[in-house]
Structures are given as C-alpha cells and as structure tokens.
Design a protein around this ligand. Structure first.
Ligand SMILES: Cc1cc2nc3c(=O)[nH]c(=O)nc-3n(C[C@H](O)[C@H](O)[C@H](O)COP(=O)(O)O)c2cc1C
Length: 161
C-alpha cells in the first residue's frame, strides 16, 4: 500500500497536522503541499488531505482539488479559527466531503489553528461578522500538543480497521 499526504497551509497550522499524519502512516508514503501535487495519483491507495477553512469551506486550492480525487480512499483533516466541534466546523468538513463526491472517506479530524491578529482585525471590520470570528482569539496556540496527540490516536484507529 502506498499513501500520499497532501496539504494546503497558508500560515503553517495545517502543515503541523500534515507532518503528524505523515509520521503515523505506515509503509511507503509521500508528502507534498497542494502546490506540488503529483500529476498522477494512480500509484496511491490512500490519500490524506489537509486544508484550512476559508469562508466556511476548504481553502480554494483544496476545494478545486477534492472533486478530482475519483474513488480513492481518503482521510480529511483541517484547521480552522472556529471552535472544535462547532456547527461551523462540522459544516466545513461536510462541504469537503461533498466536494470529494466519489471518494471513500475513511475518517476526518479537525481542530483550531491560530489566526493571525491582522486577519481577525480585517474580519471584524467586515459589515457582516463571519460566524467563526468570536472563536478566533481562542485559536491562539493551536494546534497544540493535545490536538496533535488526538490526531495521532484517531488516525491510528482508522488504520487498524
Ligand atoms: C482569508 C481567511 C479566511 C478564513 N476563513 C475562515 C473560516 O471561514 N472559518 C474558520 O473557522 N476559520 C477561518 N480562517 C482561519 C483559518 O482557517 C485558520 O487560522 C487556519 O488554521 C489557517 O491554517 P494554515 O495556518 O494552515 O493556513 C480564515 C483565515 C483566513 C486567512
């Protein structure tokens, strides 16, 4: 079995999750940023895809990529400013699943990712306050060690099944 980890990460939060996913995966594996996606995915039996939330959905690069996955076995992971487990977090992950329409989603994981204060400032100046903004300051320091340990456990559980 050959695995691929692909991730989009503008400010490094999702990359931290991607590195853990890569570490946990057994056997033959590769890791790339979404900007360096291999031309062909035929060699890969399992693909883990990491994204950051943008406008309540996977970031635009990942949103463009997910529909191209075909019927691959995948694991979706993400970071967001909104609180872990919030409705916004659930809806964003549901949007990712919808985009990966033909894929077999074996599991998902998401947690908060620190938001640049300038991004929070710009978002709060918008006429319509984004639903995740109130949780934004609480994302400071995430993903933290607990988040990474939880991801490790969750992925390990999926891999044995
Ligand atoms: C332009 C922009 C839009 C964002 N939109 C959302 C959003 O809709 N929902 C959310 O929960 N977080 C949102 N965030 C916060 C990021 O998803 C979060 O900080 C994430 O951890 C960034 O990941 P990265 O460091 O891998 O780029 C946004 C951040 C930016 C810069």
């Amino acid at each position: 079995m050959k695995s691929l980890v692909l991730y989009a990460s503008q400010s490094g939060n999702t990359k931290k999750l991607a590195d853990v996913v890569y570490e946990v995966l057994p056997g033959d594996k590769e890791i790339f940023s979404i900007d360096e996606t291999p031309d062909s995915l035929v060699d890969f039996d399992f693909i883990a895809i990491g994204f950051w939330f943008q406008g309540g959905k996977p970031d635009s690069k990942t949103s463009g990529f997910l529909p191209k996955l075909g019927n691959k076995k995948i694991f979706l992971f993400a970071t967001h400013g909104t609180a872990k487990g919030s409705t916004h977090a659930q809806q964003g992950m549901a949007a990712a699943k919808e985009l990966a329409v033909d894929a077999e989603v074996t599991g998902t994981f998401s947690c908060q990712g620190e938001v640049n204060p300038k991004v929070l400032e710009a978002a709060s100046a918008k006429p319509e306050t984004p639903p995740w903004l109130a949780d934004g300051p609480g994302a400071k320091g995430h993903p933290d060690q607990n988040d990474l340990d939880e991801l490790r456990l969750q992925l390990a559980g999926i891999l044995v099944n």
